[in-house]
Design a protein around this ligand. Sequence first.
Ligand SMILES: Nc1ncnc2c1ncn2[C@@H]1O[C@H](COP(=O)(O)OP(=O)(O)OP(=O)(O)O)[C@@H](O)[C@H]1O
Ligand SMILES: [Mg+2]
Length: 272
Amino acid sequence: MGTTIETDAQLPGKPPALEISKVTKGFAHRRRGFQQVLGEVSFSVDEGEFISIIGPSGSGKSTLLKLIAGLESPDQGHVRLTDEQIAAPSRRLGVVFQQHVLLPWLTAKQNVLFALQAHGASRRSAAERESLAEHWLGLVQLSEAQDLKPGELSGGMQQRVGIARAFALESEVLLLDEPLGALDALTRHALQLQLLRLSEQQRRTFVLVTHDVDEALLLSDRILVLSHGPQARIQQDLRVPFRRPRDRTAIESSEDYLTLRRELLESLTAQP
Ligand SMILES: Nc1ncnc2c1ncn2[C@@H]1O[C@H](COP(=O)(O)OP(=O)(O)OP(=O)(O)O)[C@@H](O)[C@H]1O
Ligand SMILES: [Mg+2]
């Protein structure tokens, strides 16, 4: 029912929001010596595009995201955010890490407020920051729990605080490293729909790392498959053509969905 009409995310002549160009990265280990984790990795992301990076465990997905975030520097190549080369963390980039990193002595709301202050939203008044924090906690259904500390929240709730915090920062690009990875299937399913809704309302640029093929197909405009390391590379760059706003049931029952899903699973299991 018209779920498979291709959307044209690439506007001609517009520079990409994010450009990763011939990036390599390795680490020196005491026992194993130098190991090149990422081979030459190049790709670009258009403004407002949602891309997912999928690949085997240990292939270098988190490393790649840290390079984009400016938390690690590439051995070769560069990461560019529109016109700026990224060499250190920038307030133009927001990150949700694989493990939720909340400050345990602060409440959910104070955690969001702390990030807003640290991230340079101090040009806003205290009242504005407070209503921004409340707004985002409300959007992830945590209004009732905003005054609880991380130790008093479930894993899923803590992860939602992490998501609210990243969205509240108003950065142009959001980097999400398996934000739903540690959750049970039911909570994960519900949060995927929240992420879908938030990302469609926001139209920011998103880079999501995930192990979950269905999550990638639901949320992304494009899926990049990272090959098995060492020297991991982008082995596939797949466009996901479902029109937005997306309806999970409608896309999951379409022929295109099953074809793309099969293609992705084959690509992931064909690795050495
Ligand atoms: N700071 C570091 N020092 C040394 N080695 C590192 C460091 N960070 C990552 N590595 C190595 O790089 C490789 C890739 O790690 P990375 O965390 O990027 O994988 P990943 O694809 O995110 O895996 P997962 O899916 O399990 O999260 C691993 O072999 C890891 O040991
Ligand atoms: Mg990882």
